[in-house]
Design a protein around this ligand. Sequence first.
Ligand code: HEM
Length: 295
Amino acid sequence: MLPWLRYIPSRFAKWKRDAQYWFIQDSLMFQRLLGTVVDDLANGVDRPSFGATIIKTQSKHGLSELEQAWLVGDMLAAGGETTSISLQWWILAMLAFPNVQARAHAELDEVVGRGRPPSFADIPFLPYIRAMVKETLRWSPIVPFGVPHASTVDDWYEGMFIPKGTICLQNVRVLNFDTKVYGENVSEFDPSRYLDEKGQVKTLMGGREEGHVSFGFGRRMCPGKHVAEGTLGIDFATLLWGMRFERPEGSQGELDVRTLVQSGPGARPVPFECKMVPRFTEAEALLNVGLNMYE
Ligand code: HEM
């Protein structure tokens, strides 16, 4: 963000020494993780994964061992925290907007029923859950100022000159809370804004199928957006199918849905208490069966 800082020698810049230290730590971790895939392949265990593909195609792409480890590890780093932060904001929304939770429960009962947990095959038939994914990414300030980009040409915006090469941050919260696009109730968590009159998902923003700007802009827009949407969709469906999110007895006062706790590039909500209650007796057992299938 401040490119001139690179000219300050490390001995005067603790943050630079910290970054160098963490580069080594992360490199070791990513190399160790990818090493487990190398060992698996050597032992004849060939499970499909991005890591396995990168290792097997090394002679084509020519990346070094360290570059391969970072390419694969970066997916984990970029996708893990963003998705877990989204889940935290979503659980907060479930507590703060119980009507939304009740509507999602009703959709799951109608479409999936209570005899089995939802699967990916159900997602196309769960428009309210899919709308909830969009609304979570719109409403939650996960990466509040996006990732800095530089303008590629001289530009004018509302009377202001922006020279080529200017570093621009994006005020994601303001864009995602634009009343002209999303209506007056922008600060409410209301997935139904993404549903048309037939109850089907609509995007609200022409040309942006996700319907918000939380995945960034331009050529380096989040390449994991479909993975993120798929993960959140199945997570929301499975968690809501099996349980109800409640505030614990005795919790008082309004939930803080505005304050951001910055952690790395992402922003989490202030820690809050939550009680998770199975929605029906068989839910717990059925989810365990589901989990065992992946062991
Ligand atoms: C809720 C989930 C996610 C959010 C909100 C999110 C958001 C973002 C944002 C704002 C950027 C910067 C885009 C820009 O430069 O304008 C980005 C980049 C990136 N994301 Fe995501 N992301 C999410 C999930 C994921 C997942 C699951 C993966 C991988 C499977 C992933 C991989 C990446 C990578 C590799 C980049 C860097 C792309 C580049 O610089 O060329 N993200 N993401």
